[in-house]
Design a protein around this ligand. Sequence first.
Ligand SMILES: C[S@@+](CC[C@H](N)C(=O)[O-])C[C@H]1O[C@@H](n2cnc3c(N)ncnc32)[C@H](O)[C@@H]1O
Length: 281
Amino acid sequence: MDYDDFLRHICPMLDLNWRKYRRRAARRGVQARIRELGLPGYAAYLDVLIADSAEARALPDRMLVTVSRFFRERDRWRILSERVLPVLACEAQRAGPSGIGAGFPGKDAQALVKAWSVGACGGEEPYTLSMVWLSWEAGGRQDAAVDILATDIDPDSLERARTADYQGSSLREVPSAARDRWFRQIGPDSWHVTEAARRPVRFWRHHLLDDLPPPASDLILCRYLAFTYFIGDRRRRAVERLAAASRPGGALMVGAKEDPGGSLEGLFQPWPEAPGVYRRL
Ligand SMILES: C[S@@+](CC[C@H](N)C(=O)[O-])C[C@H]1O[C@@H](n2cnc3c(N)ncnc32)[C@H](O)[C@@H]1O
């Protein structure tokens, strides 16, 4: 049995999209586990997974694909900034400093937009949101601040995110003005995110399906996780978590190559003129 055969057998049983796990990072995770258990290969591991439900439950978290980049699908960030952030900032202002922003130390004098980046990987996505927000806000458009909770299950990715040092390849979609403003070059091909862009972002270890979601988010970024890797009941459970985390009227942004299909029905509806963004009912 080769790796593809292994995936074709096990992934449908666990409500995972087997094609998305063909990447080298996922295969390395499986191979490491096979070595740890002292098994001869994929077929033997498949037998273990079928017999042992705890081992099977843990498998998706061993096959992590931790790939991200700043301003991934750059056009989508422009759309977010033009069509969605103004609405969220306006609503936060209407709710007032003691409304949405209540309870955030040092921030309760200002309206606050609460964002959650789910599967934040090495921080590229939440830092991008911070940069987009700060650029937009600097235009003096609204008096509201952003607080970004960035979560992932991978401790190595979270460590990378907190360090905030990146190779040039992570910056390949960053507009040059944003690169000059939000990054400091620290080596021939390494860049560090400025303090100003890091300040609104907090990182936590959090499992989308197993841990309680944070309440009352105004904006959720869930890109290239639930709508790429999860299918069937697993995706339904993920959507329930996202819906529970979103305030009514809050926004959910997915990846440009992702189609949530009917999984959002009754919970979110498309945001007008903002492809890839949905509004919590
Ligand atoms: C392909 S990356 C996407 C990164 C980023 N959202 C983007 O679009 O560029 C998927 C991330 O989801 C994380 N992840 C996988 N399963 C997860 C789970 N159950 N809960 C939270 N994060 C998870 C992985 O560790 C990985 O960092």
